[in-house]
Design a protein around this ligand. Sequence first.
Ligand SMILES: C[S@@+](CC[C@H](N)C(=O)[O-])C[C@H]1O[C@@H](n2cnc3c(N)ncnc32)[C@H](O)[C@@H]1O
Length: 201
Amino acid sequence: MKLRESGMPEEAYWETLLDVPLILDRLGIDARLRNVIELGCGYGTFAIPVAKRISGTLTTFDIDEGMIERTRQRAAAAGVCNLVGEVRDVFAEGLGGDAETNDACLLFNILHCEEPVRLLAEAARVVRPGGAVLVIHWRYDSATPRGPSMDIRPKPESIVAWARQTGLLEAEAPQIDLPPWHYGLRFVRLNPAGDPRNASR
Ligand SMILES: C[S@@+](CC[C@H](N)C(=O)[O-])C[C@H]1O[C@@H](n2cnc3c(N)ncnc32)[C@H](O)[C@@H]1O
């Protein structure tokens, strides 16, 4: 199922709305990260620059075949070889792969979806303990030039509360300002409660 209000405007316009290098810098996306997974690549706006920065593979999923095709094209044109794009309904099928195998999972402009706690739990599942779930979203402000309707647009404190409900994620710092129109949140992946690895913490 396509997540609600997850359609995109035209590519060139979309990319005027985001300062991608600033966002990746402030979220700490660099070569210390090996494998990273992304839900919803869209036009590859983040997928391509993230793949260029990390030291492993960026795996990205989108329900829309056209978005995966466009992202693959852009990766090829940029000489990016460490990006795997796959058509997948993540809401229905999850992120696949083995648990705890990624350093980070990216949920960018997606958490206005129907079941955010379930998606956050799935993101946490595929990230290793000590890794990160990284979120960006439109500011909770009706003056932004785009973004989901205000009645479904999440406030940062709602996302922090949903993440806590997974029992696997802890907010690392207060929200990160990502001008002009976004904020970011970093969550650290915890060991599950009762996990014997907690004894050594
Ligand atoms: C608002 S766009 C954000 C794209 C990208 N993360 C960005 O910030 O540039 C949301 C993307 O999620 C994709 N999407 C929606 N529902 C999905 C689902 N169930 N599984 C995978 N992708 C989905 C849409 O096709 C769209 O490309």
